[in-house]
Design a protein around this ligand. Structure first.
Ligand code: OSB
Ligand code: MG
Length: 375
């Protein structure tokens, strides 16, 4: 295939409720969707990607305007320069000399893979190796005003049918909400927490107090670069550690596993440079008997559909952060929203990501367009 056109659609979509993590509060989703047009041997194909970078570099060093800039000035030119040799499998290789920027790279690879699979009439999940037609749906619950509010909010999600609850925590908002939720909903509730790197090893004694709540795991308690310190912490907790921010590649996943820094992995395609690297992480983890689950980055239906396809792989043995779009958005940007039924999200079966963008919804949410033409 050959890249013939690239357009970034900048969108802003209000969230149904503010989402608070240890690093900040979001009330609006800001991102861009990538529309890539490719010439194929028999015509042309269009694919869509979604960038998961946030406006501010708080979750990771990447941020939205940097992703746009690196795409325009370095990534897109490298893909155009590949001529007829472009396939989804070559994207990461063609971009490897540009250091970092995995989320910008992932959005491009996603669009090229979507176009390729639509052209080949193959679904995302079938291509990646999915083995199930629906995936259990977990929900990530932001930090609330107090423990009572947390119990109320979690109760609402359980009424909706979510099968696993993840509570965001930070110093000063950890033991109390966790204890209250465990007390309110009992020992059978699949419950886990996510600290988004808000603690240090000096907090080990405090974090050990979470052990009594029977959590599935604690996600990323320490900093992104602190693999060795996570290994030390793991030796002091009975709650399993699951790394998110630290797992930036399949190599990092292998290192973390060998060091004993992680016993579960949150796989996020954007964080690792794309769905193909995400599959490699699944493969490495599976070979080591390490369970994985699919994380989320508050995606629109576009990214949510692709995540559901990935989560259908056999190593995804824990429920992921794959909620219905209505967990975050009043309306999806798709013709058919991604929804949860009976605690599961269906894995799309159509070609590519299997979902279609609703042109009217896109226009309604679009705040700008960046065209990135060849040369
Ligand atoms: O750490 O998993 C995270 C959202 C934004 C940035 C980081 C994280 C999250 C979530 C939300 O927890 C997951 C979702 O999309 O449902
Ligand atoms: Mg996380």
């Amino acid at each position: 295939m050959r890249l013939t056109g690239l357009r970034l659609h900048h969108v802003e979509i209000p969230l149904v409720t503010p989402f608070t993590t240890s690093f900040g509060t979001e009330t609006v989703k800001e991102t861009y969707l990538v529309e890539a047009t490719l010439a194929t041997p028999d015509g042309s194909a269009t694919g869509w990607g979604e960038c998961v970078a946030s406006p501010d570099p708080l979750y990771s060093s990447e941020f939205l305007t940097a992703a746009v800039d690196v795409t325009r000035r370095w990534l897109a030119p490298a893909l155009y320069a590949a001529g007829d040799d472009l396939t989804a499998e070559t994207v990461a290789h063609l971009l490897r000399h540009i250091v970092g920027h995995p989320m910008a790279k992932a959005a491009l690879e996603m669009a090229v893979l979507d176009a390729q699979l639509r052209w080949r009439d193959t679904s995302w999940s079938a291509h990646l190796g999915g083995v199930v037609d629906r995936v259990p749906s977990g929900v990530s619950v932001g930090i609330q005003e107090d423990a009572e509010a947390m119990v109320r909010t979690v109760g609402g999600y359980l009424d909706d049918g979510y099968r696993r609850i993840k509570l965001k925590i930070k110093p000063g908002a950890d033991l109390e909400p966790v204890a209250a939720v465990r007390r309110a909903f009992g020992d059978d509730l699949l419950l886990q927490v996510d600290a988004n790197a808000a603690y240090t090893l000096a907090d080990a004694n405090h974090l050990r107090r979470l052990d009594e709540f029977g959590l599935l795991l604690i996600e990323q308690p320490l900093g992104e670069a602190d693999l060795r310190q996570h290994a030390v912490l793991a030796s002091q907790l009975s709650t399993p550690i699951c790394l998110d921010e630290s797992i930036v590649s399949a190599e990092a996943a292998a290192d973390a596993i060998m060091l004993g820094a992680t016993s579960v992995i949150n796989v996020k395609p954007g964080r690792v440079g794309g769905y193909l690297e995400a599959r490699r992480i699944h493969d490495v983890a599976r070979a080591h008997g390490i369970p994985v689950w699919c994380g989320g980055m508050v995606e629109t239906g576009v990214g949510r559909a692709a995540n559901a396809g990935l989560a259908a792989l056999p190593g995804f043995t824990l429920p992921g952060d794959i909620s219905g779009s209505d967990r975050f958005y009043e309306e999806d940007i798709l013709t058919e929203p991604i929804l949860m039924h009976d605690g599961y999200v269906d894995v799309p079966t159509g070609p590519g990501t299997g979902v279609e963008i609703d042109p009217a919804q896109l226009e309604r949410r679009r705040v700008a367009v960046t065209d990135v033409p060849a040369g």
